[in-house]
Design a protein around this ligand. Structure first.
Ligand code: ZN
Ligand code: ZN
Ligand code: ZN
Length: 263
């Protein structure tokens, strides 16, 4: 089951450039230093197109990458940078002419229902302007139109959130600690997209050094760091990283092998 993963957004919650910042990275000419809010698209050959998170920048990401349909949406957690584009998913339900199945853990489901109360309130007047969302609570491996997905438990500060594994690939954003229960689920992973915010410590995100330590234990063939802030210039940072580890950038795409089951 070949699939193509596209990094729609590789930036931290502020995005890069950050509003009102005069630093060199926020004013860089390198397009890889322009980072929109974090999200990926997993497009399975002869299978579903799966969006992970509806970032604040979803509309622009969909236009930039010509995303004309989405079959399902997975949510890692309910922080604003990962969900605020949900309203724009209405184009996908309109084009698909049916509700989009959305998968999230119980706490994210509860937050989405609160933040986007009008989407889930049957009393909201229907003018064609609402996303049609079929919200499903997950608490273990599940399948999206025949593609197996394994949720990976991650800690994001004190908050438990989800990474996702599709076959030989894992998307692990927004974490500063990979708990014991996650490691067996990451065995044999070949390609990983992993949180690495910056060099300085942060209470809810991996630093570059912490992310490299996780890579050392995970031993994937290729790692791309994501959720990157304006402290890390793309070209210079990449030169300093070991072989097999690179910064992701918006628009980076690579092939993976998905699987009908999660392993
Ligand atoms: Zn985030
Ligand atoms: Zn800056
Ligand atoms: Zn977060």
């Amino acid at each position: 089951m070949r699939a193509r993963v596209t990094i729609l957004g590789s930036g931290t919650s502020h995005g890069v450039p950050m509003i009102g910042c005069s630093c060199a990275v926020c004013h860089s000419d390198d397009p890889r230093d322009r980072r929109s809010r974090p999200s990926i698209l997993v497009d399975v050959a002869d299978g579903p197109t799966i969006l992970v998170d509806t970032s604040t920048d979803l509309r622009q990401q969909a236009l930039t990458h010509n995303i004309s349909h989405v079959d399902a949406i997975l949510f890692t957690h309910s922080h604003a940078d990962h969900v605020m584009g949900l309203d724009d998913s209405r184009r996908f339900s309109q084009m698909k002419k049916s509700a989009i199945p959305c998968f999230a853990d119980a706490s994210t489901v509860a937050s989405l229902k609160k933040t986007f109360y009008y989407v889930f309130d049957p009393a909201t007047e229907k003018g064609g302007g609402l996303p049609q969302i079929d919200l499903q609570t997950i608490d273990g491996p599940f399948s999206v139109a025949g593609v197996g997905v394994q949720p990976i438990p991650l800690m994001h500060g004190s908050r438990p959130i989800l990474g996702f594994r599709f076959g030989d690939f894992a998307y692990l954003t927004d974490t500063n600690f990979i708990p014991d229960a996650a490691w067996p689920l990451l065995e044999g992973v070949r390609t990983v997209v992993l949180d690495a915010l910056r060099y300085r410590p942060h209470p809810t995100h991996f630093t570059v050094a912490e992310a490299l330590a996780a890579v050392e234990r995970m031993q994937p063939q290729q790692t791309y760091f994501t959720h990157i802030c304006h402290d890390l210039p793309h070209a210079a940072t990449n030169q300093s990283l070991p072989k097999g580890v690179e910064l992701a950038y918006d628009g980076l795409a690579f092939e993976i092998e998905a699987s009908p089951t999660w392993t």
